[in-house]
Ligand binder design. Structure first.
Ligand SMILES: [Zn+2]
Length: 353
């Protein structure tokens, strides 16, 4: 197993009004040894507002390091500029610090710029099938596959003591409905069979719009995680697409067609094979199949971006998070556009400054 620390380069900078900010670029829930990368999270910045895509480990401090929102004041920023959070799927590495954003939020400006909505997949609707010969007891059997709305409600309920201390004792105002969870309204016909066809072919569904962005979603290939979503942000300055976690997906190619930037996950098949050598026991075989079948290999990501016709491909959710940048540059094969191997705190401008 390679344990080389990724060599640092200076983060890319941009003063563009609309830009992509990478807050964390490591893939997976592992606490990587010798990696400088934080957990997966990005932001779409439009002027003085921003939108989070996923909330992996470290997202709060990374928002401040990226100078998003009001970062000069210790008291009121930087969550005053946060409009909404979009969760691609509910794997822990994409969600684990949502709690941190919400729970520490009142001390960092959350809601001061208006109510914040959290959007993500709805209830899976059914447990994944158990491995043959096993019959595990589910966690929380009364609601074993909650979606985003229920997730946010549960966080608020769990930390109500802290919220109420701050609201009642400290006199923080404006908290009525300051945070709400919403399930992305994927049409029912595509959600009918989570264990049979978790990646039905579909066209993007617009579901969120304000004065700065219009956001669309599509289902991607990350079974047994379901629904797993990719998002497209359209702005007056251009468009950014986030793959979320997925194997090669035709739905994603359609979503990304005509966009300016595609932010795509990537995994190194060579590393997976080395870490899970054959013969594999059933547990390791299941992990191996998930890693190579439900993520996108280095050699596949460039041709996908080429087919979508995007001028810039940004790699994130790097597995392993320990590989040096040069090794990921193999993704240029089959892609004629600009390849950026994403680093934490990179900012990439969209359209005019
Ligand atoms: Zn995942």
């Amino acid at each position: 197993m390679t344990t080389t620390s990724s060599p640092e380069r200076a983060p890319l900078t941009s003063d563009a009004r609309t830009r992509l900010a990478l807050l964390g670029t490591a893939g997976g829930p592992n606490w990587w040894l010798d990696s400088p990368r934080c957990g997966i999270s990005s932001a779409v910045v439009v002027g003085d507002k921003y939108y989070l895509v996923d909330a992996g480990a470290g997202v709060g401090p990374q928002i401040r390091r990226a100078r998003l929102g009001n970062w000069e004041s210790r008291l009121w920023g930087p969550l005053d500029g946060l409009r909404s959070v979009f969760l691609t799927h509910l794997h822990s590495d994409h969600v684990c610090d949502l709690n941190n954003i919400l729970n520490n939020g009142l001390a960092n400006g959350l809601g001061l710029g208006g109510p914040v909505s959290v959007w993500g997949p709805g209830d899976r609707g059914a447990l994944p099938p158990a491995r043959p010969g096993s019959s595990p007891t589910p966690v929380a059997p009364d609601s074993p596959t909650p979606g985003t709305r229920e997730l946010v409600e549960s966080i608020a309920r769990t930390f109500a003591t802290d919220y109420n201390d701050r609201i009642f004792e400290n006199g923080i105002e404006g908290t009525d409905g300051f945070i709400t969870g919403h399930d992305v309204p994927i049409p029912k016909e595509y959600l009918a069979d989570p264990n049979g066809d978790p990646h039905p072919r579909m066209s993007p569904v617009p579901f969120y719009e304000d004065d700065r962005v219009r956001v669309s979603a599509t289902l991607v290939r990350h079974a047994p995680v379901f629904p797993a979503l990719a998002f497209r942000f359209d702005t007056d300055d251009g468009s950014i697409v986030f793959s979320g976690d997925t194997g090669p997906s035709e739905n994603l190619v359609e979503l990304a067609t005509g966009a300016d930037v595609l932010v795509h996950e990537v995994i190194a098949g060579e590393w997976v094979a080395a870490d899970f050598p054959s013969p594999r026991d059933p547990v390791n075989e299941a992990i191996y199949q998930h890693l190579i079948g439900r993520h996108t290999l280095i050699e596949d990501v460039g041709p996908l971006a080429e087919r979508a016709g995007v001028p810039t491909l940004v790699l994130n959710h790097l597995v392993p998070a320990t590989w040096p940048v040069e090794r990921w540059e193999e993704a240029q094969k089959g892609y004629s556009g600009r390849l950026v191997v994403g680093m934490d705190l990179d900012q990439i401008g969209i359209g005019a400054a």
